[in-house]
Design a protein around this ligand. Structure first.
Ligand SMILES: CC(C)(COP(=O)(O)OP(=O)(O)OC[C@H]1O[C@@H](n2cnc3c(N)ncnc32)[C@H](O)[C@@H]1OP(=O)(O)O)[C@@H](O)C(=O)NCCC(=O)NCCS
Length: 234
């Protein structure tokens, strides 16, 4: 849309919602992404994001027409059982902080085993003797949890109204609020995508890596990272 053509949509009429855990919004989302993003995605990709992380896909709709005007699709990269609660994750983190040298016992060697121990109120004795060179196997996923923004798109007729910024800010807040929280948010953007690079930079994302010929189209990308541990989202 050229600057001479004002958007038919009004910022004050945009409503935001997360997925409700069903697949009812998937056809609209995949249609929008197929039309306006260059990379193709398989339906299984959407199903993974939607079923495991419904609060990390956020939709923007025009309240008058209900038309989908924008969407962000994201997840948290961890290998924990999805039913592990915040309290269990916190218990695990506390245990690791207070007893940094604990080695994994046979029972705690899988994430499921670990969860059983935590649910049973296990203390450090359940995790075997202290050593210096072993860590519990799921520790890296817990201690450095990474949110990943996979797709962001706004309908061309609704660009420039603040929808992109609002979708990203909202999804970052939901990552922070997810069980166990998130330490950073990561994504890739084409080096030529000035709109996306400016949007993310204005929210505090930093370029950490140049990825040569990253996309199927062979174009280059930057990896962008927002740390959630040392500062708040702008
Ligand atoms: C990138 C995209 C999501 C931005 O959505 P949007 O709703 O128009 O963005 P916003 O109105 O929230 O703008 C937020 C900021 O982004 C930047 N921005 C947005 N459009 C821009 C443009 N055309 N040129 C330069 N900067 C732009 C500006 O910094 C803007 O802040 P400002 O208005 O205070 O200057 C949208 O252009 C889009 O869908 N592009 C195609 C898909 C895509 O590239 N997705 C990102 C993949 S990484």
């Amino acid at each position: 849309m050229s600057p001479a053509e004002p958007s038919p949509y009004k910022e004050s009429n945009i409503i935001y919602s997360c997925l409700d855990g069903t697949e009812k919004d998937l056809p609209e989302i995949s249609d929008m992404i197929a039309r306006f993003l260059s990379e193709p995605y398989h339906v299984y990709t959407y199903r993974h994001f939607v079923s495991k992380w419904p609060t990390l896909t956020i939709l923007a709709r025009d309240s008058q027409s209900s038309k989908l005007l924008g969407v962000v699709v994201s997840n948290i990269d961890d290998k924990l059982p999805s039913d592990m609660t915040s309290a269990e994750i916190d218990a695990y983190k506390r245990l690791r902080r207070e007893h940094p040298g604990l080695s994994p016992s046979a029972e705690a060697e899988s994430a499921g085993g670990l969860m059983n121990l935590l649910q049973a109120g296990a203390g450090p004795e359940a995790f075997g003797p202290a050593t210096t060179d072993l860590a519990l196997p799921v520790a890296p996923q817990l201690e450095h949890r990474r949110g990943y923004i996979a797709m962001l798109v706004v309908d061309p007729e609704a660009r420039g109204l603040g929808i992109g910024r609002s979708l990203v800010s909202r999804v970052v807040e939901n990552m922070r609020a997810a069980p166990g929280g998130c330490d950073e948010v990561v994504l890739e953007a084409e080096t030529s995508n000035l709109a996306a690079l400016r949007l993310y930079s204005s929210l505090g994302f930093q370029r950490t890596k140049f990825l040569s010929r990253y996309y199927l189209s062979t174009s280059d990308a930057y990896r962008l990272v927002l740390s959630l541990t040392d500062r708040d989202l702008k």
